[in-house]
Design a protein around this ligand. Structure first.
Ligand code: GTP
Length: 597
């Protein structure tokens, strides 16, 4: 295809501003999919994505559009994941296209992820077309939002396209804007093949499917190709474009986007951002900026019922077929038995994986407290990564400890600003910036990631009644006064409850956790001490008093069926409990004990 008949673009937006609805509309209006095949949110393949309304895997569609100038254009849309946890995938997808539609909900205005995503587009030198969506809503204020885009983002919004992705209003204008306002791709057909590996996923029928963008040269079915970073070579069995279902094609030239299969076994053999070339006639230089995404948040996953361990192992292996960024290693916990230490790109990623394990594989899981990776600088000069507070070595061997810090951007209506500042301050935040974007405040904080991974999102949402938006990026590792705090229940340490905390906050956290646990652990026939300790020193203590009477004693009159029912109910309840020495701790306690409020 002629380069000037191709337009490659992505859509950037804050969650819920209508990215998927607009994509569906573009596909539908160009007849790419027959009306009867049109399912809502076509591009969000997985059920869970549909349900939670988030896009996890980048996906793509090729649209043929007969423009008003009488020429037919090929429009390639690459769908980018909207969430910060997938920032690296977003930045790769951006490198694969020349322009972006910046979708902003005209009734909401610019939000934290609008900013994060549009900055990625600007970094990738995109031409940007602002699109104001949801103008059918009575609360829409397109004029105000245009000004906000100009003030906050600094791009011209006077030609913003006003649309309703829901009713279809304005969609033809979006198509014309893509053709006339976004640049055509560049590339040299005669140069050696250079293509970017944009994404890959596992298809149960086809195996690993790889999404690529050709920069230079031509790729054909049957070619022998090489992945430049991993060094692996493959023979292409199939080359196709996504419409969005796969349609086979003989070749892809410069500027084009498509997929191939090549008997690749696992998704982890394909590294997003890698450069694909011909084995025989390789290109001289790989594409710049290759950086594999690495897990930053870790937690333990254990089956509630120890007999489910094998089932959990199988489920994790299956999920990993499709998600190379999620890591898992077997772990044994004195308290929880056999399980896995899993690594995630961020909190949302953790939640998505845990949900899928529980729902798709019908597993009951205990999730231990999410923890970040601490860097232990040992006295002998070695630097160790600590993924699990339970593995903390003897303190006398450690010189100092570093933790990851983030730059967090929060947009919030004025009236909640005070609460947001307090929350950030409570989480050891350092304020970097405070400006106004229309009637909303934009605050930038330097925060320890460890203070954010647990319940920061929840707290932020609750103190702002859902009106704040939040985005972050990891900036650096920095030294701080960090210690490991252990929890002892009935004098036994419960490893799954140990956490890394700042020394100055340890006592308050310890006290709060002991108080919570006192409420969360049911009474037993004996007295149970609950303690928090640093090293050998107890810093907080509560005592759960003994149960006075037999539970069945209140079933007066020896009503046998009633008594039996009560005992059965207790037995069922037990399934969700774990035994620690002589004490039973309910599954829910592991997360609840850590919530700060
Ligand atoms: P993520 O995939 O979570 O990033 O969300 P998204 O940006 O793709 O948003 P999505 O397309 O799922 O739309 C979010 C909600 O807004 C849905 O309930 C849509 O039905 C609704 N919506 C989208 N466009 C419009 C519009 O033009 N008008 C109105 N009234 N509602 C819209």
């Amino acid at each position: 295809t002629d380069l000037d008949r191709i337009r490659n673009f992505s859509i950037v937006a804050h969650i819920d501003h209508g990215k998927s609805t607009l994509a569906d509309r573009l596909i539908q209006m160009t007849g790419t999919v027959a009306e009867r095949d049109m399912k809502e949110q076509l591009l969000d393949a997985m059920d869970i994505e549909r349900e939670r309304g988030i896009t996890i895997k980048a996906n793509s569609v090729r649209i043929e559009y007969p423009a008003k100038d009488g020429k037919t254009y090929i429009l390639n849309l690459i769908d980018t994941p909207g969430h910060v946890d997938f920032a690296y995938e977003v930045s790769r997808s951006m490198q694969a296209v020349e322009g972006s539609l910046l979708v902003v909900d005209a009734s909401q205005g610019v939000e934290a992820q609008t900013l994060a995503n549009v900055y990625q587009a600007i970094d990738a030198d995109h031409e940007i077309v602002p699109v104001l969506n949801k103008i059918d809503l009575p609360a829409a204020e397109p004029q105000r939002v245009k000004e906000q885009i100009e003030d906050v983002i600094g791009i011209d919004a006077s030609d913003a396209v006003e649309i309703s992705a829901k009713t279809g209003l304005g969609i033809p204008d979006v198509l014309e804007a893509i053709v006339h306002r976004l640049p055509a791709p560049k590339g040299d057909r005669d140069a050696p093949l250079k293509a970017m590996l944009v994404d890959s996923w596992y298809d149960p029928y086809l195996g690993v499917v790889v999404l690529i963008r050709v920069m230079d040269g031509v790729i054909k079915k049957g070619d022998q190709i090489k992945m430049m970073k991993t060094g692996a070579t493959y023979k292409l069995d199939r080359l196709a474009v996504l419409k969005p279902q796969m349609v086979n094609i003989d070749e892809l030239g410069p500027g084009e986007i498509g997929v191939f299969t090549a008997s690749i076994k696992q998704v982890r053999d394909t590294k997003v951002g890698d450069t694909i070339t011909h084995e025989k006639k390789p290109c001289a230089q790989a594409l710049p900026g290759f950086k594999p995404s690495i897990p930053v948040v870790f937690c333990g996953l254990f089956p509630v019922d120890a007999n489910d361990f094998e089932a959990l192992r199988d489920a994790i292996e299956k999920l990993q077929l499709n998600d190379a960024s999620f890591s898992a290693e077997m772990e044994t916990s004195a308290a929880l038995g056999f399980g896995f230490r899993c690594g995630f790109l961020g909190l949302l990623h953790l939640e998505v994986v845990r949900d899928r394990l529980e729902r798709e594989y019908d597993l009951d899981l205990i999730t231990t407290a999410p923890s970040v990776v601490f860097k232990l600088h040992m006295k002998d000069g070695e630097v160790r990564d600590l993924h699990n507070p339970a593995d903390m070595p003897d303190l006398t061997l450690i010189d100092h400890i570093e933790e990851p810090r983030i730059k967090a951007t929060i947009l919030v209506p004025d009236e909640y600003l005070g609460d947001v500042l307090k929350l950030c301050q409570d989480r050891r935040g350092i304020q970097m910036d405070l400006t106004y974007a229309g009637s909303r405040a934009m605050v930038v904080y330097d925060l320890p990631l460890a203070e954010v991974v647990f319940d920061f999102y929840d707290r932020l949402k609750s103190v702002t009644k859902g009106y704040a938006s939040f985005d972050y990026q990891i900036t650096e590792y920095r030294e701080d006064n960090l210690v490991k705090m252990s929890i002892l229940v009935n004098d036994e340490p419960v490893d799954a409850l140990s956490i890394m905390v700042h020394r100055d906050r340890a006592e308050a956290r310890g006290r709060a956790m002991c108080e919570k646990l006192k409420d969360l652990i049911p009474r037993h026939m004996f007295k149970i001490p609950i303690q928090a300790a640093i090293g050998g020193r107890v810093i907080a203590r509560e005592t759960l008093s003994a149960m006075r009477k037999d539970v069945t004693a209140k079933c007066y009159g020896g009503d046998a069926t009633r008594k039996k029912k009560l005992l059965e109910k207790q037995k069922a309840g037990k399934k969700k409990m774990r035994q620690f020495g002589k004490v039973e701790i309910p599954q829910s306690a592991f997360i609840a004990a850590l919530k700060m409020d």
